[in-house]
Design a protein around this ligand. Structure first.
Ligand SMILES: Nc1ncnc2c1ncn2[C@@H]1O[C@H](COP(=O)(O)OP(=O)(O)OP(=O)(O)O)[C@@H](O)[C@H]1O
Ligand SMILES: [Mg+2]
Length: 267
């Protein structure tokens, strides 16, 4: 069994990914914006080559957990290691797609330039964009179905189209670990399908995908693993074992109606 409950007795199942080989291993992470921690004493061990959903109610600390994993927020306590080494040395192995509402696109930037930003690791800060960089950026736009929008200002796209462009930028980075904050929020069915197809392709290439996810009805279809959080960790493990009526009740409390629970047909 590969399930880890916060209340478990700490006995390590044999198949569990250890911190050393995990794309992202978090230990004792506490992050606070004020008096009360948004994330409290959280341990997380992301499974390599799998898709993990981070699940929990609004304000549970999901975005905070991702930002602290990327070093955007400084924790009060705890450690983050990426592929067994401190985060600072491993940033180039991670691509991040932020929660959409958090990005202000008043700044005039063309779509192709947004995707080229994903290549800055390859280009260097002052590197010249060559034909092959442009071709790679165009290919990433094609993979998300946005090739016709390369010259458009990013601020002139719909929210779902912007989300696809963000994903194209992450693809251009050619990372090993992809962290996405609600990639499906506010997108239509076609965009959702395009995004999940690309994410599954990444997983099938052995990359690791971690996404904050709100739609409980698609968890089983889309993800291999779940991480449930409500400020503290609730549960972590394969979907079949850790995504249950009990763990959801623990994460959402009374906020999840019985009807929703029934619709999920959980174990
Ligand atoms: N910049 C900030 N300053 C102060 N408090 C913050 C800040 N950002 C988040 N918080 C608080 O920290 C807690 C966790 O926020 P976070 O954004 O991580 O939640 P979340 O799980 O991502 O929620 P959502 O599902 O709504 O995106 C919330 O109570 C929120 O109000
Ligand atoms: Mg959030």
């Amino acid at each position: 069994m590969n399930l880890e409950l916060a209340t478990s007795d700490g006995v390590s199942p044999v198949t569990r990914t250890t911190g050393a080989d995990s794309p992202l291993a978090i230990r004792g992470l506490t992050v606070s914006y004020g008096q009360k921690p948004a994330v409290f004493s959280v341990d997380m061990t992301v499974k390599p080559g799998a898709m993990t959903a981070i699940i929990g109610p609004n304000g549970a600390g999901k975005s905070t957990l991702l930002k602290a994993s990327l070093g955007i927020l400084k924790p009060l306590a705890g450690t983050v290691s990426v592929y067994g080494a401190p985060l600072a040395r491993q940033r180039h192995r991670i691509a991040y797609v932020p929660q959409r509402a958090s990005v202000d696109w008043d700044f005039p930037t063309r779509v192709i330039d947004v995707v080229l930003m994903g290549l800055y690791g390859e280009l260097g800060l002052l590197g010249r964009v060559k034909a092959r960089h442009r071709a790679k950026a165009e290919d990433c736009l094609r993979r998300v179905g946005m090739e016709d929008f390369a010259q458009r200002q990013i601020g002139q796209l719909s929210g779902g189209q912007q989300q696809r462009v963000f994903l194209a930028r992450a693809l251009a980075q050619d990372a090993e670990l992809y962290l996405l904050d609600e990639p499906f929020a506010g997108v239509d069915a076609a965009t959702e399908k395009a995004i999940i197809t690309v994410l599954k392709q990444l997983r099938n290439m052995g990359r690791t995908v971690v996404a904050v996810h709100h739609d409980l009805s698609t968890v089983t279809d889309y993800f291999d693993h779940v991480f449930l959080i409500n400020n503290r960790k609730i549960a972590e493990g394969p979907v079949k074992e850790a995504f249950t009526a009990d763990t959801l009740q623990a994460a959402y409390g009374g906020r999840l109606a019985d009807a929703q629970m029934d619709a999920l047909r959980l174990p």
